[in-house]
Write a protein of this length. Structure first.
Length: 265
């Protein structure tokens, strides 16, 4: 039996003197090759949960395992280098070229210069940014979508066991966002990546995830496939979250069949 790629066990985080934990006793697992989306309103604990996986935030109690190993047994810096991380705004180093940004983790891991050049070329081709054309450009010379592609390439550089994604498509225009979402899903399936995706956009979660974990006030409200969430929300909170993509879909369907003339969904 394959161990989960990521496993959270009674994971809890308290900040300061707050009486209420930001994350309360979360049990969650991500299968190898699975995309799990974590959704919820502001303050639900979704980003805190994500950041405890690679120890950007240390849990108050509970544990995190990556490929069966407790992350507290791993040096936190080494852990972060072994788990890809992509987030809104990309976080590229502005003074470094595209090639240097993609290869920075490999340099820290002690790869040879020749190996880094070869791997960077491979990664840039993978995200449709051919190295001869893009390797020596600065981030400021790229579009937002191209910068996000560079961010994905950097996250994939060390062939990570898992990738954490925090609102990675949030700052993009709708057309670029849709294209990158499709490219990401295709790449994820090809590489059989295990992914935890935090998003505030329920439609994005439905489109990209194999399962969705809904968080509310630091706790898991429901974990299920998109289909189950759409058809059988466990409570009113989950029903309200899932109503947006359903309402948009119904509105578009109505437009296509000519039953409405326009207006807001």
């Amino acid at each position: 039996m394959r161990v989960p790629a990521i496993e959270l066990i009674a994971l809890t985080k308290c900040f300061g003197n707050s009486d209420e934990p930001a994350v309360k006793s979360v049990d969650l697992s991500v299968a190898q090759g699975e995309v799990l989306a974590i959704v919820g309103g502001s303050g639900s604990g979704k980003t805190t949960t994500l950041k405890m996986i690679n120890r950007l935030i240390e849990p108050t109690s509970g544990s995190v395992k990556v490929m069966g190993e407790d992350v507290t047994n791993v040096d936190p810096v080494g852990l972060r280098r072994s788990i890809g991380y992509a987030f809104q705004g990309v976080g590229l180093f502005p003074h470094m070229t595209v090639g240097q940004n993609v290869g920075v983790t490999l340099q820290l891991l002690g790869w040879t210069k020749e190996s880094i050049v070869e791997r960077v070329s491979e990664l840039l081709a993978m995200v449709d940014l051919p190295a001869p054309e893009y390797r020596d450009r600065l981030p400021s010379e790229l579009s937002g979508g191209q910068q996000q592609r560079v961010g994905f390439a950097r996250a994939l550089a060390s062939s990570p066991q898992a990738i954490l994604m925090d609102e990675p498509f949030g700052a993009l225009d709708p057309i670029t966002r849709d294209a990158l979402q499709q490219e990401f899903r295709s790449l994820q399936k090809k590489l059989e990546l295990s992914v935890v995706l935090v998003t505030h956009d329920m439609s994005e979660a439905v489109l990209l995830a194999d399962r969705i974990a809904v968080m509310h006030k630091g706790e898991l409200a429901q974990v299920a496939s998109p289909r189950v969430l759409l058809t059988s929300p466990i409570n009113e909170y989950v029903a309200q979250l899932i109503d947006t993509p359903r309402r948009h879909s119904d509105f578009i369907e109505s437009l296509l069949h000519g039953s409405v003339a326009g207006g807001e969904p």
